[in-house]
Design a binder for this molecule. Structure first.
Ligand SMILES: [Zn+2]
Length: 420
């Protein structure tokens, strides 16, 4: 891992003029910090800043990270939702370089979130999902060309030899080779199922509540154990298949010792983003705009201006919650802004994607901002709330989804279009 970070200390030296000089800033590239076990630092799972400890350094809390997810790399795109050409992928990697966005490894990202390591002000994490062979023989060489660190999210039954591992699947030997070269390998369940649904794809069987708990345990915990034992690694991240999860799945993940859970709701990740639902931008071959939009999100938000304090949706008890899927197309949106501190009540502003600024109500007594949507929303909905707190701009944003058949009479349970 070390050689690929050779340039970063230089970048960091340029990037950290605001850090207190009295603190020794640990730069990426030094002796790797041992990853603490989840039980040693339970506070990180909630996203709350952990109490100061000897391992803490002055990290840049205004840095922002975007996480990208890719699937298959093919010359002829037939399934644009999961495929991309090697040429387009390489262009995107080049674009990160051109824009001064540093690609960092997953463990450096997590160390930053724990307050143990610094990262450059604008970063990206590159992840590949599902363990396709083209990741090994097409995309990995491109990553090596750029000297970019890489994270794989693997579902164990999809590895060749597993139940779903066909001819285009990666092998355990290839994974071992990638591991030896410093590729970070993380978990993506056993069978790549919608984990909210009590159905065992391999046994083709509907599960009763007790069976479901056991199965969920296998998908989340046994998957981690399999990867750790077969590859001799430590797995501390979980990407939920299709991005479908709920509070219970989140809890099982955090109890299993995962430090971070990744979804597919792309949004810039900040120091205060909760590790139990970190959004990734999934890049699709026919939607290059997703990539350019993601880049512009962090490009603009760090381009100076008033200091912005970012708050995670969980801290605000946001409703509908981050990553939630709701069945009504016109939900009541609420958030508690107590975490913003003392705010100027007249400065509270709510934006809703597709609607723009909405006439939200703010109640200073309860710190609650609310807006009853009157139109019908569709698909993904992002809410951005901003307010002035002691002269500084505070901001929070989160994303929820409207179920596909929302508002339909006698709606069946929502599934939505599967997204890997
Ligand atoms: Zn997947």
């Amino acid at each position: 891992m070390l050689p690929k970070f050779a340039l970063l200390p230089l970048l960091l030296a340029l990037a950290l003029p605001t850090c207190k000089k009295s603190h020794q800033v640990k730069t990426i590239g030094e002796t790797p910090t041992p990853v603490p076990t989840a039980t040693a630092e339970p506070s990180t799972a909630s996203g709350e800043p952990a109490a100061a400890s000897p391992g803490k350094v002055a990290v840049d809390q205004t840095a922002q990270v975007i996480a990208f997810g890719y699937h298959r790399f093919v010359n002829q795109v037939r399934r644009p939702d999961t495929e991309i050409t090697p040429q387009m992928f390489e262009q995107q990697m080049q674009e990160l370089k051109n824009r001064g966005i540093s690609v960092i490894g997953m463990q450096d990202f997590l160390a930053w979130k724990r307050g143990e390591k610094n990262i450059p002000p604008r970063c990206a994490i590159i992840t590949f999902d599902d363990g396709w062979k083209s990741q090994y023989d097409v995309a990995w060489p491109i990553m090596k060309k750029f000297n970019y660190p890489l994270t794989l999210f693997i579902y164990t039954e999809g590895v060749r030899g597993g139940h779903f591992g066909g001819g285009e699947a990666i092998t355990w030997e290839q994974l071992a080779e990638m591991r030896d070269a410093g590729v970070d390998i993380e978990a993506h369940s056993e069978t790549h199922s919608d984990l909210r649904k009590p159905y065992d794809k391999i046994a083709k069987k509907k599960l009763n509540p007790a069976e479901y708990e056991q199965w969920l345990h296998n998908e989340i915990v046994r998957c981690k154990e399999t990867l750790e034992q077969r590859l001799g690694i430590r797995v501390n991240c979980f990407a939920v298949p299709y991005g479908y999860y709920n509070k219970h799945i989140e809890e099982v993940c955090m109890q299993a010792g995962y430090e971070a859970l990744f979804t597919v709701y792309g949004q810039p990740i900040t120091f205060r983003s909760n590790n139990d639902s970190l959004g990734r931008y999934l890049i699709e071959g026919n939607k290059p705009k997703v990539f350019t939009d993601a880049i512009s999100m962090i490009a603009t938000s760090t381009a100076g201006g008033a200091p912005v304090a970012e708050f995670g949706a969980t801290n605000l008890q946001a409703k509908p919650g981050d990553g939630e899927t709701v069945k009504t197309p016109s939900p009541l949106i609420t958030a508690n802004l107590a975490a913003f501190g003392q705010i100027d009540p007249g400065s509270v502003l709510m934006r809703v994607s597709g609607l723009g600024v909405v006439p939200a109500k703010f109640d200073p007594a309860t710190h609650t901002v609310s807006y009853q949507v009157t139109e019908k929303l569709r698909d993904k909905v992002t809410v951005i709330i901003e307010a002035k707190s002691q002269g500084k701009k505070a901001e929070a944003h989160w994303t929820f989804a409207i179920a596909e058949n929302a508002g339909a009479p006698a709606a069946a349970s929502a599934t939505g279009a599967p997204k890997k």
